[in-house]
Design a protein around this ligand. Structure first.
Ligand code: SF4
Length: 506
């Protein structure tokens, strides 16, 4: 029987799903983080997961985004062949209209992160369109839609290889995961696609991330095919790497591993890994011709109540008076509560500053003795000072770090995950410091920001240089003034501990 689907029903359903996933984690995901939190033995990793859980609950009650990166919209649409459309837009245009409405929703404005002309002007499209849409046409009379909002930090860690048919997928994955660093904000999931062609492996890896966390059920019932065997083996072996939450070392790096496969050519074995981060966001709906399919709010009793306390050995630092001598006494892994004024800046602002320095021109802001926070915040709504404002991946700023430290008087940096060798050397040579905040705890971080104003490059929008005044913003010393990095020492220590003490990680 033919079903008539109206244009507005699809648009409203897409918009509703995107607003919903911006502030509600999937319940299965948050409960998996909670399980990992409860059994974590490394205090630093446990602390990071506490912040992720507290942030999640705050977002669920406050209806504000889980992360400042509200993602690139990825949609899988399955259309029944007996569907008739009452529409004057293309299906792609309808989905994009849903995206537009969701990201510009006045009650919960989401950050527009999509840039047109990616290797040229990189101009923000302003409304987070276009989405990346995959279509499938099947027998039937419904329209089935999965909507996801994929973080750029986790997407950036995607890996692909065309293996030889006799190569081991497990060996390759275990080689790749440590190279992914922590910029994908673990703990999360790995989506693995095997077979098909290059693009098919990528697509099924992405699609696999839409499935719920169910590795414990699989452990109980046992594997019934090769994909499930791989899931179990990789889940255990990836966690034995000891990378841990935020790359700080610990028992849980992945909450689940998904594997999808597809028949392939005799000469090929394509393999793709796509990680999903602490801001895992996806929703599903089916249109049956009976109006829009809106999401049902979850029961907040399913969100754990977790307390976070700074602890006794925490250091309180006033950013307005901190000196180079103070910084030298900070130890790797120290928790610090920052108060006072900091600057912000990320990719585009760094590029502009370094270009101005190269031309001998003046910067819009004096960076002498200041800290810079790598962030692109969400715009505020109502009485907010700033919207969710968590850290972005610091390694993208590595190539600017030496110039920034040596030519601007910058004292230190705050960001997410590890630094690469060039930045660590520059930090050591300049006796600077790199502090990390928890990626995926953006709304929680924003509560520490008491005022915000743009100081430079206003044309860059969320990438402009802001000055934030913060009160007790929690960070960890991730690279100290001698160049010791907790992202190098932490996973090594925990990998050895897991092995030597035969700690069960799954
Ligand atoms: S949790 Fe991390 S990787 Fe995910 S969207 Fe946020 S900053 Fe990006």
């Amino acid at each position: 029987m033919t079903t008539v689907i109206r244009q507005n029903d699809l648009i409203d359903s897409v918009a509703d799903a995107l607003q919903f996933i911006s502030y509600y984690h999937p319940v299965d995901f948050i409960q998996a983080v909670h399980r990992a939190y409860e059994r974590e033995a490394n205090p630093a990793a446990k602390d990071a997961m506490a912040q992720i859980l507290i942030n999640s609950r705050m977002c669920a009650t406050g209806h504000r985004p889980i992360c400042q990166d509200t993602g690139i919209v990825t949609v899988f649409v399955t259309v029944g062949m007996d569907v008739q459309w009452e529409a004057d837009m293309s299906l792609t245009d309808m989905v994009n209209e849903g995206v537009r409405r969701a990201y510009n929703h006045p009650d919960n404005v989401l950050r527009a992160s999509i840039l047109d002309d990616p290797d040229g002007a990189r101009k923000n499209t302003g409304d987070n369109t276009p989405a990346v849409i995959h279509y499938n046409i099947v027998p039937g009379n419904t329209v089935d839609v999965h909507v996801a909002a994929k973080g750029g930090g986790s997407e950036a860690k995607t890996k692909f290889a065309m293996l030889n048919p006799s190569d081991s997928v497990v060996d390759w994955v275990l080689d790749m995961v440590p190279k992914m660093g922590a910029g994908w904000c673990p703990p999360g999931m790995l989506g693995i696609g095997i077979g098909g062609t290059a693009e098919k492996a990528m697509q099924i890896a992405k699609e696999s991330l839409l499935d719920p966390v169910d590795i414990q059920e699989l452990q109980e019932r046992g594997a019934s095919n090769r994909s499930e065997e791989l899931r179990l083996e990789l889940y255990e072996k990836v966690n034995q790497l000891g990378i841990g939450a935020q790359g700080l070392g610990g028992l849980t790096t992945v909450l689940d591993v998904k594997v999808k496969d597809y028949p392939t050519h005799a000469a090929n074995k394509a393999v793709a890994i796509i990680p999903n981060c602490a801001a895992t966001r996806h929703a599903h709906f089916t249109l049956t011709g009976e109006g829009p399919a809106l999401q049902t709010p979850p029961n907040l009793d399913d969100w754990p109540e977790v307390a976070w306390e700074a602890g006794d050995n925490v250091r309180r630092v006033n950013l307005d008076t901190v000196t180079k001598e103070d910084v030298k006494s900070w130890q790797p892994g120290d928790t610090i509560l920052l108060s006072g004024k900091m600057l912000t800046g990320r990719d585009a602002a760094h590029k502009k500053m370094v270009d101005l320095i190269a031309k001998g021109e003046e910067l819009p802001v004096d960076l002498t003795g200041r800290f810079i926070y790598y962030v692109g915040p969400v715009d505020p709504v109502r009485d907010e000072v700033v919207g969710p404002a968590g850290p972005t991946t610091a390694t993208r700023m590595d190539k600017f770090t030496r110039t920034m430290l040596e030519q601007t008087g910058l004292l230190g940096m705050i960001g997410k995950a590890e630094r690469g060798p060039a930045a660590i050397e520059a930090i050591r040579d300049n006796e600077s410091v790199y502090l990390m905040a928890v990626g995926g705890a953006a709304y929680l971080v924003s509560q520490a920001i008491k005022s915000s104003k743009v100081l430079g490059f206003p044309e860059l929008g969320m990438e402009a240089i802001y000055e934030f005044e913060v009160k007790d913003m929690p960070v960890t010393v991730a690279v100290d003034s001698k160049g010791e990095s907790v992202h190098q020492t932490g996973p090594k220590i925990w990998q050895a501990k897991i092995k030597d003490e035969a700690i069960k990680v799954v």
